[in-house]
Design a protein around this ligand. Structure first.
Ligand SMILES: Cc1cc2nc3c(=O)[nH]c(=O)nc-3n(C[C@H](O)[C@H](O)[C@H](O)COP(=O)(O)O)c2cc1C
Length: 428
């Protein structure tokens, strides 16, 4: 039985309150961290093997090491609570139920990289999350964990909350920085990376809140302990958001490397109604789907890559045999086409054409050429867009065609769905 680490507090009454956090050992890691040098902390995070939990999986310690050294430079920490990836709901639970764990991680990260200002960027629809962030930050100030001369260390840190307005692209780190600056959330060209030139052109450490929540534990229990959890290239605990056709959807904290089968059948209670599994999206809507025959794959960066998908945010969408894969691909592509910031042509136009092609196929108006056209459109978008969104948005359509091509052909030949046998759409 795996002992929860990141979610250990969330079921306690008043888990979001600073008194609860302190009563269970909270802020001890900050006290310990302030006795260490920034370089020692960066080294610890490197040795822990922690990789970013926001989707890209970049090694956190390496990113900390990229921040320029020197006391004379204004530096920032930007805390990503945008959580726009469909299927993902772990960050919302962390901020609503244990925000102090993240604040503690932010203080340690800011001290290690020499930042004196931290900005939280939160998705605007997270009304409770916004409230909890604001209250937690105010309490952290009151208890002397934020502000001037934190715990008598001479280290200063200010922190505030900025609400987004629900654009998916504003989760992409450079679009988030643009939005924080009060501009339209268009991604910036990289390099320069935020660690070199981020918010207001100054060095900025950007992290997802699950990544930051890991930091106090690494400091308190040691990097070797953290690295002992997981697999060769994927260390530590991970919160998996499980949704779709399972009996017990929810967030499950487990060690990286746990198999999809264990998550679906043991933790999430198996498929609803005892039905057969058809497909799984393993890391959020923008990761390639896997088939039922692939669920013995360990949920780790390296093993999912080898299986043709990605760990992404660790959001698992489970689809049973009643699911139309053409409809799934169309609906997800519609979301991404709608959320394209529109700045570059392959993403703006390509996503729309891809959606229209899938729509034709699903509604029985497509031709066999449309399947190859969809694959060709995906090829023309992947890898050539301004930001990674192009490479991400093609995954639902491309993987659905790769694994379930006969279903697309059936729609075209029979002018209705193989699964629901209906000419009508299930949903809009
Ligand atoms: C289109 C797009 C959307 C993204 N949305 C989010 C998001 O909602 N939350 C998040 O933490 N990271 C998101 N990311 C990843 C961020 O760009 C960035 O890698 C992450 O915040 C860095 O933190 P980490 O190293 O702790 O993962 C997104 C990336 C892309 C390309």
């Amino acid at each position: 039985m795996f002992e929860p680490i990141l979610t250990r507090n969330i079921h306690r009454p008043n888990s979001e309150k600073i008194a609860t956090y302190l009563a269970h050992g909270g802020y001890a890691a900050v006290k310990l961290a302030l006795t260490k040098t920034p370089d020692e902390l960066i080294e610890m995070v490197k040795r822990s093997g922690l990789r970013g939990r926001g989707g890209a999986g970049f090694p956190a310690g390496v990113k900390w090491g990229y921040m320029p050294k020197g006391a004379g430079i204004q530096k920032f920490v930007a805390v990503n609570t945008d959580e726009g990836e469909p299927g993902t709901f772990k960050d919302r639970e962390i901020v609503e139920r244990d925000p102090h764990q993240v604040i503690e991680g932010v203080i340690i990260a800011a001290y290690a990289v020499g930042a004196s200002r931290a900005y939280v960027y939160i998705r605007g629809e997270f009304f409770l999350g916004v409230k909890r962030w604001i209250k937690a930050i105010a309490d952290a100030y009151e208890y002397g964990f934020l502000g001037r001369n934190i715990l008598g260390s001479g280290f200063d840190l200010d922190m505030s909350v900025h609400r987004g307005a629900g654009a998916y692209i504003c989760g992409e780190e450079t679009a988030m920085l643009e939005s924080l600056e009060g501009k339209r959330g268009n991604p910036r060209l990289k390099p320069p990376y935020p660690a070199q030139a981020g918010l207001f052109g100054l060095p900025t450490l950007v992290h997802n809140i699950e990544t930051l929540a890991c930091i106090p534990h690494i400091v308190e229990r040691g990097p070797e302990w953290f690295a002992s959890i997981g697999t060769a290239e994927s260390k530590g605990p991970k919160i998996f958001s499980v949704s779709g056709h399972v009996n017990r959807p929810g967030n499950y904290e487990l060690p990286l490397g746990v198999t999809l089968r264990e998550i679906i059948y043991e933790h999430a209670g198996g498929i609803r109604g005892g039905r057969e599994l058809k497909a799984v999206i393993p890391g959020g809507a923008s990761t390639p789907m896997l088939t039922a025959s692939q669920i013995d794959v360990p949920m780790a960066y390296e093993t999912l890559k080898a299986a043709g998908s990605e760990l992404g945010t660790g959001a698992i969408v489970v689809l049973d045999v009643t699911t139309c894969m053409v409809e799934t691909a169309r609906r997800l592509t519609k979301f991404f086409a709608h959320e394209s910031c529109g700045r570059c042509t392959p993403c703006r136009i390509g996503s729309q054409r891809l959606y229209e092609t899938l729509d034709r196929i699903e509604s029985g108006k497509g031709t066999m050429d449309d399947i190859d056209r969809a694959v060709e459109l995906a090829r023309g978008i992947d890898g050539i867009t301004f930001c990674p969104m192009g490479a991400m948005l093609v995954n639902p359509a491309r993987s659905a065609i790769q694994h379930f091509r006969p279903e697309f052909e059936y729609h075209i030949l029979n002018k209705h769905c193989l699964v629901c046998k209906s000419k009508e759409r299930n949903y809009g």
